[in-house]
Ligand binder design. Structure first.
Ligand SMILES: *Cc1c(COP(=O)(O)O)cnc(C)c1O
Length: 327
């Protein structure tokens, strides 16, 4: 376990508003879904912000497009590079395609096929690495310096955080103030952006971050108020298999987040099964992190109005049968 100090570079709600303008007409304004059955099970009124219907299948398009569209002409010409287990890769690839910026993506060999193929399909150059042996940051840095490309990090960047905050902005605009907002958390880009939007629209709203139990570095960092790094966790929530939060995301989280929670893989599968069977919602395991604590009764929000971000839907469909047969 290693720790390092926190620095603060804030993202303001005005940055999220500007991101929303850049994304207007480019990103989808995704629907908010409700279910009486779900409300009965959870004992509260739940609003699901369905980012599984976002372009490329996850909220990550918001941050990536917001970041890429702010590069200057010289930077756009040299292109961008990033590392990602999947959705950020596809987000940068698609944004690069739309903005005519060449994109190179460093991806783990064991990333879900659906995400690998999606990234290649958007025309990006994909470089594969072995999660257990190589550090993706180092590989990306080497190529970045060699080719003069701009590195687009997956979460710890003000433009990424501001872009991700536009999803919660839309949610509050659509449903009004909420008592609680639950957000899946990997590196913390989505939750920090969401928290800044929540703070603007609904200052009383309590923000909960949810991580896979096997990788609770965020919970540890939140408790110790220092960045804690862990080895890559083993979990089906591949979008939250991060080693640590970022400096910027942790700073925002310490300010605005009420509590960091965890969910087991089993709880994620049960939650996911309900979303498929009852709500016909195709979501990926990571996307169910937000709903899992309420659905599995680990968090009591009785009688409250609760927002939940369903963060994405890029799931390996062929693996689903096996997954659901385990519960
Ligand atoms: C990346 C991702 C997350 C986690 O987002 P962070 O900004 O890294 O916290 C959650 N869900 C899905 C579907 C993702 O792709």
């Amino acid at each position: 376990m290693t720790t390092s100090n926190i620095e603060t570079t804030p993202v303001f709600f005005s940055d999220i508003e500007q991101a929303a303008q850049r994304l207007d007409g480019v990103a989808h304004r995704t629907p908010v879904m409700t279910s009486r059955t779900l409300n009965e099970i959870c004992g509260c009124e739940i609003f699901l912000k369905c980012e599984n219907y976002q372009r490329m299948g996850a909220f990550k398009f918001r941050g990536a497009y917001n970041a890429l569209s702010q590069l200057d002409d010289e930077q756009k010409k040299c292109g961008v590079i990033t590392f990602s287990s999947g959705n950020h890769a596809q987000a940068v690839a698609l944004s690069g395609k739309l903005l005519n910026i060449p994109a190179t993506i460093v991806m783990p060999k064991d990333a879900p096929k659906v995400k690998l193929n999606g990234t290649k399909g958007y025309g990006a150059e994909v470089l594969l690495y072995d999660r257990s042996e190589e550090k993706r940051e180092e590989i990306a840095k080497e190529i970045q310096e060699e080719r003069g490309m701009v590195l687009i990090p997956p979460f710890d960047h003000p433009h990424i955080m501001a872009g991700q905050g536009t999803a919660a902005k839309e949610l509050f605009e659509d449903v009004g103030p909420l008592d609680a907002l639950l957000v899946p958390c990997g590196g913390g880009g989505l939750i920090s952006g969401s928290a800044i939007s929540a703070n603007h629209f609904s200052p009383e709203c309590e923000i909960f971050g949810v991580e896979p139990e096997a990788g609770n570095d965020g919970q540890q960092s939140f408790k110790s108020r220092q960045l804690v790094s862990i080895p890559t966790p083993k979990t089906i929530a591949d979008g939250a298999q991060t080693n640590s939060l970022g400096h910027l995301t942790l700073a925002v989280m310490l300010k605005h987040v009420k509590q960091m929670l965890t969910a087991t893989d089993d709880e994620l599968i049960r939650t996911m099964f309900f979303l498929y069977e009852r709500m016909k919602l195709v979501v990926e395991p990571t996307a169910t992190l937000g709903l899992a604590p309420v659905f599995n009764k680990n968090l009591d929000l009785s009688g409250k109005r609760v927002g939940i971000i369903l963060s994405g839907g890029n799931v390996d469909l062929k693996a689903l049968g096996n997954l659901f047969s385990t519960i």
